[in-house]
Design a protein around this ligand. Structure first.
Ligand SMILES: NC(=O)c1ccc[n+]([C@@H]2O[C@H](COP(=O)([O-])OP(=O)(O)OC[C@H]3O[C@@H](n4cnc5c(N)ncnc54)[C@H](O)[C@@H]3O)[C@@H](O)[C@H]2O)c1
Length: 472
């Protein structure tokens, strides 16, 4: 049996728990030996699941790093604005790092991290999980095979579903750029990373337009209270009425109803149209409680922990004061709700990226036009497929297909494959492209340039950004 890589976790929230699940599933690959997390229930739960000794449980990452080095790797899953200091300190302490994206929320901090990685000679992986999905690996493989000829243009869309956008970017953690990071960095650094990976060249010029124009106070219906449950006059018809999302789980019903799996569709019909009957059934068949009293995404954001009370009454009470209960037109949000980006790479290839928060389903769609062929891809919550159209033969071929995954595997399976790749790098010491901090920062540099281009309404020449990177 292999000896697992030993790790410490900073931030036992959603992402931390995901990487924790990997360690529980593959105990011969990864073992968490310490945790730092200020929320008691999360901290205790993580410590209990991973059998972490009392001495290695901390309220704060600083306390953890004040100890002698406890493991090989520090997995840093704190929120966006809390990445730089733990990363720099952990590098100094001798840890290799797995760092959630974005590396940091400012360019200066990203540069500091790259500098420190290079000074210390440590490995740092950034969690650009999409690179590890079967879907995007297939796209990259097709590009590299030359089947499409010379790539001339890429059109990539990040279609954020209406329910995901309102949950995360109007009511949630990433709604306010001063508290987290600009939308283009928070959500699209994955997409910019994919473009950089596909093109294999540096961006030369960038411009962008976009704004926040829908989820604003002017669009609030007359008489709408600050919190949905305070008696909103349009609660029967509002798409974003909080109980519809967090109690009736309309997003989950919509996602699953688009699948081909009859049984899951049936369960969702039961949840939507026969909730009283389901309540009764769940008393006789306890596993149905999971469906009746939903506790996974997005409802888990209302709670600190899975063990709490997920009844409708308690959820309703939480929605009276939680940010997730706020009217979407009267929230604390200021990140864009739609944005366009145009990029010209040094090799002349042009690409555009559209991000918007009004999609019927969640996912990415893309089209890559080369001199010999055209690739069309859908990486959506309802399924994935890639087709290639050969310009010479005039024939189209489906080269990749995957149905809706109801297993709960996140990011098309990318989360676990990212860990596999990171662990492989640690054991072989062969730095892969994603564990090269200079490569990982490229998507961030692009995001900061896009933000500058949009805010200042100008075309940004990327030389200035690359000079900053080269000067560190
Ligand atoms: N790779 C991806 O696709 C992906 C997806 C979602 C989120 N993210 C990123 O992952 C990071 C974490 O996101 P999340 O959804 O898990 O957030 P989260 O809020 O669920 O988790 C963050 C955790 O950090 C803890 N924390 C706060 N202060 C701390 C401290 N001083 N010491 C230790 N822990 C502390 C919080 O209590 C919380 O439990 C964010 O930067 C986010 O942008 C990445």
């Amino acid at each position: 049996m292999n000896t697992p890589i030993k790790a410490v976790l900073m931030g036992a929230g959603n992402r931390g728990m995901t990487y924790g699940s990997y360690a529980l599933e593959y105990p011969n690959k990864l073992k968490f030996v310490a945790v730092a997390e200020p929320i008691k229930r999360r901290r205790e739960k993580f410590a209990q699941l991973h059998h972490i000794s009392k001495d290695n449980i901390f309220d704060d990452w600083e306390e953890l790093l004040a100890q002698n080095k406890l493991a090989d790797v520090a997995v840093i899953c704190t929120q966006d604005q809390m990445h730089t200091r733990p990363t720099l300190s952990a590098l100094e302490k001798g840890y290799e790092i797995l760092l959630e994206k974005p590396m940091a929320h400012t360019l200066e901090d990203c540069l500091k991290i790259v500098k420190k990685v290079e000074e210390t000679g440590r490995i740092l992986g950034v969690c650009h999980v999409l690179r590890y999905t079967d879907f995007f690996n297939k796209v990259n493989e097709i590009i590299e095979s030359g089947r499409l000829g010379k790539i001339m243009n890429i059109t990539h869309r990040e279609n954020v579903a209406w329910y995901h956008y309102s949950h995360s970017y109007v009511r949630g953690e990433w709604a306010n750029r001063e508290k987290s990071s600009p939308m283009i960095l928070a959500k699209c650094c994955h997409d910019l990373d994919l473009l950089y990976w596909f093109v294999k060249d540096l961006p030369a010029k960038i411009c962008s337009t976009g704004s926040l124009s829908y989820f604003i106070e002017e669009n609030a219906p007359e008489g709408a209270p600050k919190y949905c449950v305070e008696g909103c006059p349009i609660e029967e018809s509002c798409l974003y009425y909080a109980p519809r999302i967090y109690i009736d789980i309309e997003p989950i019903i919509q996602i699953v109803q688009r699948s081909n799996k009859r049984f899951y569709k049936f369960l969702m019909k039961l949840r939507k149209d026969h909730v009283k009957f389901l309540t009764y059934l769940s008393k006789i068949i306890p596993p149905l409680k999971r469906l009746r009293y939903w506790r996974d995404w997005p409802v888990n954001y209302l709670y600190e922990d899975e063990e709490e009370d997920y009844s409708d009454e308690i959820k309703r009470r939480i929605l009276k004061s939680s940010p997730y209960g706020k009217c979407v037109y009267q929230s604390d949000n200021n990140v864009v709700d739609h944005q366009l980006v145009q990029i010209e790479f040094s090799n002349g290839l042009t690409a555009n990226l559209t991000m918007h928060g009004f999609s019927e389903s969640e996912g990415r769609t893309l089209r890559i036009d080369g001199t010999k062929g055209t690739l069309k891809g859908e990486f959506m919550s309802y399924g994935e497929n890639i087709t290639i159209f050969d310009h010479y033969t005039g024939k189209e071929e489906i080269v990749f297909q995957k149905e809706l995954d109801v297993s709960g595997a996140q990011h098309g399976g990318g989360d676990y494959k990212l860990l596999d790749a990171f662990i492989k790098t640690l054991t072989t010491r062969e730095t892969a492209s994603l564990t090269n901090a200079r490569e990982a920062i490229e998507s961030h540099i692009m995001a900061f340039a896009v933000d500058e281009a949009r805010l200042q309404q100008k075309m940004v020449n990327m030389d200035i950004y690359h000079k900053k990177l080269n000067d560190i």
